[in-house]
Each structure stands twice: as C-alpha cells, then as structure tokens.
Design a protein around this ligand. Structure first.
Ligand code: BJW
Ligand code: ZN
Length: 245
C-alpha cells in the first residue's frame, strides 16, 4: 500500500504537513459536501455557504447551519483522526491544516491544528465580528449582536469571504517548508486550500494523496493511496512505528 520511497522519506524527514477535508470525517458520520449524495435537501453547498445566502435567505442559511451543528455535536473522531494524533508525535515539525469546521481533529487530541475555514460551533457577529459563546441549534428569530445589533452567524468561512490572513499565512508556510505533504479526503476544488499541495511540491516536498476517489490533484501527486482514511492512516502509523524500532 505504501511505497518504499514514501517510508524512507518519512524515516528521514523532520517536517510533515497534512491537509484534510470532509472525507476524513465521513467515517464519523459527517456528510461530505460534494459527490453523489449531496449534502442537504438537494441544495449545493455553493448555493448556501455564501454571504449572499446569509443576507438574502438567512432563514434557509440558519436552518442549514442549525442542522449541521446538531449533527456535528453528537459525532466522535474516528481512527483516521486518532492516527494523525499519533503521526504528529513522530515528527519535529508537524502541521495539520484542516478545511473542516467540525472540531474533530482537536477533540481527537491533535495539537498543531490550523482551522482554515473556521469552527461551526462558534458564533460571531456578521458585522463587527464579536464572538459569542452560545451555539444555537434552532432559531425562530436570528440572535442579534449585543454591541451593534447586526445578525449573528456561525464562525465559518463562506464562499466569497477571505480566510483569516494569519491562519492562511501559517498554512502556506507549513506547506512550503515541509518535506512530506499529505492531502487527505478533500476534492481539492476549493481555493485557496487547493493550492497548498502545489506550494509544497513546488518547494520539493513529496506529495501524497489519500482518497477513496481520484481528484484533480491526483495526476500531480508522487503517490496516490486509494482507500478510506480511517483504514489507511492506522496502517501508516504501524509502518512508521515498525521503521523506528
Ligand atoms: C474520502 C472518504 C474517506 C470521502 N476517506 N476520502 C481561484 C479560482 C477559482 C475560484 C476561486 C479562486 N480563489 C477563490 C475562489 C472562490 C472560491 C472557490 O474556491 N470556489 C471553488 C468552488 C472554485 N473560494 C472562496 O471563496 C474562498 N475565499 C477566498 O478565496 O477569498 C478571496 C477571494 C474571494 C473571491 C474570489 C477570489 C478570491 C473561501 C472558501 C470557503 C469554503 N467554505 C466551505 C464552507 C465552510 C463552512 C461549512 O462547513 O459549511 O468549506 S465550502 C466547503 O468546501 C467547505 C469545505 O471545507 C470545502 C472543501 O470541501 P472538501 O473538504 O474538499 O469536501 P468535498 O465534499 O468536496 O470532498 C470530500 C472528498 O473526500 C472527496 O474527494 C471524496 O472522494 C473523499 N472521501 N470519504 C478518504 N472515508
Ligand atoms: Zn456586532
């Protein structure tokens, strides 16, 4: 399943960066965004996860995020998340960049996590950005900001919004400096995250993709590993442990 070249690279590497997407949480029961099953009531994520949807159809927007929040509050990390906690311990520099907003890497115990698209359980003001501790699951009337009276919303990055500049910079640095880069369970469509593997490869990293399907990235990787991340990653941990003993 893993090439000699990858195992040797890992043996001699100090710096590993991982990018994850919705696929890593699929085995926990969190639906992915794209693909045959779609996400929610036949809506495309590109139609709901946008600033326009929030402004023009805030009820639909909040129904969608309320449904996602309810679902996510009850799920648990899977073997893929836990394997990444183990892998972090093997390397001096390890960064886990995630596009997921479900908090599962952090609840599994990963330390160096960069949440590029925010965290769905957090709430913030849509205008002044004031954070709120409450997580609303069902709203009949959208809660307003206590400072400026604007509508509140989940603290996630919508299409057309800029990512947090500091987090993006940290992610780009982590991609550019690593010796091995893993892209796991992402369709590699959404920018700027989709550019990170290319940044890594351009700086000499060995590029590995783990996915159940081929993506637009696949033809550019050094190694494509076909399979569910919850099965592939625990095997990778075993191989790394074996190499070190
Ligand atoms: C498994 C598996 C298993 C399943 N094991 N694998 C350059 C060119 C063109 C467009 C743009 C561009 N730069 C910016 C844009 C616009 C836009 C964009 O990228 N659009 C694309 C559609 C082309 N980007 C933005 O707007 C971003 N902002 C930005 O760049 O600001 C500056 C700017 C703005 C406008 C113009 C230019 C510059 C913001 C993007 C925010 C994305 N937000 C979302 C929602 C977050 C909140 C929420 O969760 O609701 O983030 S959209 C959604 O997609 C979510 C995800 O994080 C993201 C990525 O999805 P992901 O993770 O890849 O999931 P899937 O479902 O697509 O794939 C799952 C994969 O897993 C599949 O491959 C399966 O095969 C696999 N799989 N089971 C392993 N068990
Ligand atoms: Zn406000």
């Amino acid at each position: 399943m893993f090439s000699e070249k990858l195992l040797l690279r890992l043996k001699h590497s100090f710096s590993v960066t991982v990018l994850t997407g919705a696929g890593i949480s699929a085995e926990s029961g969190v639906p992915t965004f794209r693909g045959k099953d779609g996400l929610w009531n036949n809506y495309k994520v590109e139609d709901i996860a946008t600033v326009n949807a929030f402004r023009n159809n805030s009820k639909l927007f909040w129904d969608f995020y309320g449904w996602r929040r309810k679902l996510i509050k009850d799920v648990k990390p899977n073997l893929g998340h836990y394997a990444l906690v183990d892998i972090e311990r093997f390397f001096q520099d390890f960064y886990l960049i995630t596009q997921n907003v479900d908090n599962l890497h952090i609840s599994a115990g990963s330390k160096n996590v960069i949440e590029l698209h925010g965290n769905i359980m957090r709430t913030k003001c849509s205008e002044c950005g004031t954070p709120y501790d409450e997580t609303f699951y069902e709203v009949t009337k959208i809660p307003l900001c206590q400072k400026c009276s604007a509508l509140t919303r989940p603290d996630v990055v919508l299409f057309g919004e800029s990512l947090n500049a500091k987090l993006l910079q940290r992610a780009q640095e982590a991609a550019a400096q690593c010796e091995v880069f893993f892209s796991i369970g992402t369709s590699s469509i959404v920018e700027p995250a989709a550019s990170l593997p290319y940044m890594a490869k351009g700086n000499g990293a060995y590029l590995v993709e783990i996915n159940t399907e081929k993506t637009s990235l696949s033809k550019n990787v050094d190694e494509f590993i076909s399979g569910q991340s919850g099965k592939v990653l625990p095997l990778l941990v075993m191989m790394i442990e074996k190499m070190q003993s």
